[in-house]
Design a protein around this ligand. Sequence first.
Ligand code: NAD
Length: 253
Amino acid sequence: MRFGKQVVFVTGGSSGIGLATAKAFLSEGAKVAISARNLPRLRAATRSLRTFGDVLPIRGDVSKATDAQRFVLETERRLGPIDVLVNNAGIWIEKDLEAFTEAEYDRVMDINLKGTFLCSKYALPGMVKRRRGVIVNVASDSAFLGAPGSAVYGASKAGLLLMTKCMALEHARDGIRVNAICPGEVRTPMMEADARRLGLRFGEYYRRLSARIPMGRAADPDEIARSILFLASDESSFMTGAALSVDGGSTAR
Ligand code: NAD
């Protein structure tokens, strides 16, 4: 029970990596709040998580300041001061730069980058006051690897890495650590949506994708969750401002 009595807030906790992360924290004794936009999915996730422990669902959009502030206030009012913030909510749109609409560009940046800025902005003052806290930002291997179709998503994740470093330095003496995790390909609904977008059966899509990964397979969301728990735990007590790759070797080339 590495996280017994700790309060953890996971953005985008209704699906994929966020859901696996919430489950892993609950299994280790934490009280967990999850946020997501889609109410039926948030409800379904909450039902599935209740078997593992105490979970608080909060509906809202990380890219809206009023929602981000409400996530933090409600978590602290219902569960207690936040010990761990996992900025996981994110979207992926893959297309060549000139095909991107301005609205799509804004959505990617607003959710992936501004969402992390807002949730951190409202969670940090409490952490500073208590001189205790951990933030884990979920970036991506796309922060390091150029690829066609990845200009906007990749820029949002590369921006997240620099934001992580700056936040880490701003609070290095406050008892607060800030790190990023950089997953490679992960089997989540995000991947299924991409297969549909390309008009491929998932099996065929997965076979082609796996062939490009040195370890020959995508990650299971639980494997990413375990690395997030490592960064949130005292096992990583001297790590701050780091970007941890969990990508089956994709960025080793
Ligand atoms: P997913 O689509 O399964 O889940 C995304 C979650 O984010 C959902 O809970 C959704 O409700 C939430 N979300 C999206 N926009 C939101 C908003 N505006 N406000 C609140 N919540 C919002 O995705 P996933 O694959 O689990 O991805 C999670 C994170 O991991 C993302 O930041 C993504 O960029 C990153 N990532 C994923 C992969 C992958 O292969 N799946 C690889 C690298 C990085």
